[in-house]
Design a protein around this ligand. Structure first.
Ligand code: URP
Ligand code: ZN
Ligand code: ZN
Length: 456
């Protein structure tokens, strides 16, 4: 064996037990008591938790958006991921009119490969069916290792929105192609009406970003997407769910037996719409916006019951000068916030302070993302899986600040948030990439994860 992690509390979605983990050739080869091998590096994890590396299935690295490009590129974003215990990052490759899916993804893959510090996968966000040709490409995309497609139900002006007819065609095709359809659910027309009204009234602060996209704007689109998925008996994955009515619709559909998944993000679990009243409210502008306390409570309850299956970040940071474009007009603020390095520490703090169990944190940050999105070698600590391992010290105190993060952004919405417990080491396929505050991995060592399509 190359590595033995000894005496840690090993966490799986169903149990926590003290054991040693043996690693050889980047894979977990043994889990048991008293493992030994004179050739192995031995790491004592006594008193610590040993967890699977998290899988952040929702990021936007180097994304052209809002008149600029998101601040983290593939190297800095995946470096930050490693330092937060994330060992696989999913990025959204945005398909543009005339381009194919494999063409779009392989371009982004070429951008990612030289700097990737952890493993990476792609979803493709479809913006145009190219007269229907794109639907015929679904099997080739699955074969390439990209069996999930996103539909933005918003961002008309940005040229990324798909209408209901296109969404319906994608859902229908997904059943025979073995793909999963992800949706960003908000109602674009109602947003436009609200925005025009507020601007005409001179209401331009970040608070009006929230009021132009309040709970009902998101809920209507959640219900609509679920309706189409149910009608076509197609699986559906709702990204960054943030409102209570949407949670209720997901819960009902799942109770009825439909394959509907929901993802939420740490920012919706921690902040409420009150942040938009702050002087720096523009820094929190993302879509959908943070919602009220009732929605937040519904998200936590759904997470505990299992009706929210995944927590991911929607990492899409912009620098302060760019956020400042919208100081006097909320529509000019690039939408998106940082989070890739905060996902696992935040969810593990929730476990460490008794809000959820450690098993639940592992389920929603690692095991479910791997299962839902076809990462066969990732997401759990078991013999045969990749040795993507995080050692977590439950006693370590940590206060988040831009200065102790590993990204390229110049501010974070998480500034000053204190956590009980923090990851101390991250291993990517058996190689140490993060050690007590420092990135120690190798840019370019991250590999493309070829995912498996759904059964058809
Ligand atoms: O505000 C956000 N969420 N920006 C990134 C793009 C998206 O909608 O996911
Ligand atoms: Zn979105
Ligand atoms: Zn997003």
């Amino acid at each position: 064996m190359d590595l033995i992690v000894k005496n840690g509390s090993v966490v799986t979605p169903s149990e926590t037990f003290v054991a040693d983990i043996g690693v050889s050739g980047g894979k977990i080869v043994a889990i048991g008591k008293d493992l030994s091998d004179p050739k192995a590096t031995v790491v004592d994890a006594g008193g610590k938790y040993v967890l699977p590396g998290a899988i952040d299935v929702h990021t936007h690295l180097a994304m052209p958006f809002g008149g600029t490009v998101s601040a983290d590129d593939y190297e800095s974003g995946t470096r930050a991921a490693a330092c937060g215990g994330v060992t696989t990052v999913f990025d959204y490759a945005i398909q543009r009119k005339g381009k194919g899916i494999v063409e779009t993804v392989s371009e982004r893959r070429k951008m990612a490969e030289p700097g990737a510090c952890v493993d990476f996968a792609f979803h493709c966000a479809i913006t145009d069916l190219n007269g229907g040709a794109l639907l015929d490409e679904f099997p080739a995309a699955v074969e390439y290792g990209v069996p999930s497609f996103k539909c933005f139900m918003v961002y008309k002006k940005e040229g990324m929105m798909v209408d209901d007819g296109t969404l319906a065609k994608i859902l229908q095709k997904s059943k025979e192609a073995g793909t999963l359809t992800n949706v960003h659910a908000e109602n674009p027309d109602v947003i436009d009406v609200n925005v025009a009204k507020f601007l005409a009234e001179g209401k331009t602060s970040a608070w009006y970003h929230y009021l132009s996209r309040p709970e009902y704007v998101e809920a209507e689109a959640d219900v609509r997407a679920i309706h189409w998925a149910k009608s076509m008996d197609a699986p559906l994955y709702i990204v960054h769910l943030a409102n209570k009515e949407g949670v209720d619709a997901v819960t009902k559909a799942r109770d009825e037996g439909y394959e509907i998944y929901a993802e939420t993000c740490p920012q919706y679990l921690h902040f409420t719409s009150e942040v938009y009243k702050r002087e720096d409210g523009r820094n929190f502008v993302c879509s959908p916006p943070m919602k009220g306390a009732e929605s937040q409570a519904a998200l936590w309850a759904a997470l505990k019951r299992g009706d929210i299956s995944v927590v991911a970040t929607d990492h899409c940071p912009f620098n302060q000068a760019e956020k400042d474009w919208g100081k006097d007009n909320f529509t000019k603020i690039p939408n998106g916030c940082a989070g890739i390095e905060n996902l696992y520490p935040f969810m593990l703090d929730a476990a460490n302070t008794g809000k959820i169990s450690f098993q639940k944190a592992v389920e929603v940050c690692a095991a479910n993302p791997a299962k839902i999105f076809g990462c066969e070698t990732k997401g759990s600590l078991a013999v045969g899986k990749d040795a993507d391992i995080v050692i977590y010290d439950p006693a370590k105190k940590f206060t988040i600040s831009t200065s102790n993060m590993h990204s390229k952004y110049d501010h974070t919405i998480w500034e000053g948030v204190s956590l009980k417990g923090y990851p101390v080491q991250t291993y990517l396929r058996g190689a140490l990439v993060y050690d007590n505050g420092k990135f120690v991995g190798t840019p370019g060592a991250g590999q493309f994860v070829k995912r498996k399509g759904r059964p058809v």
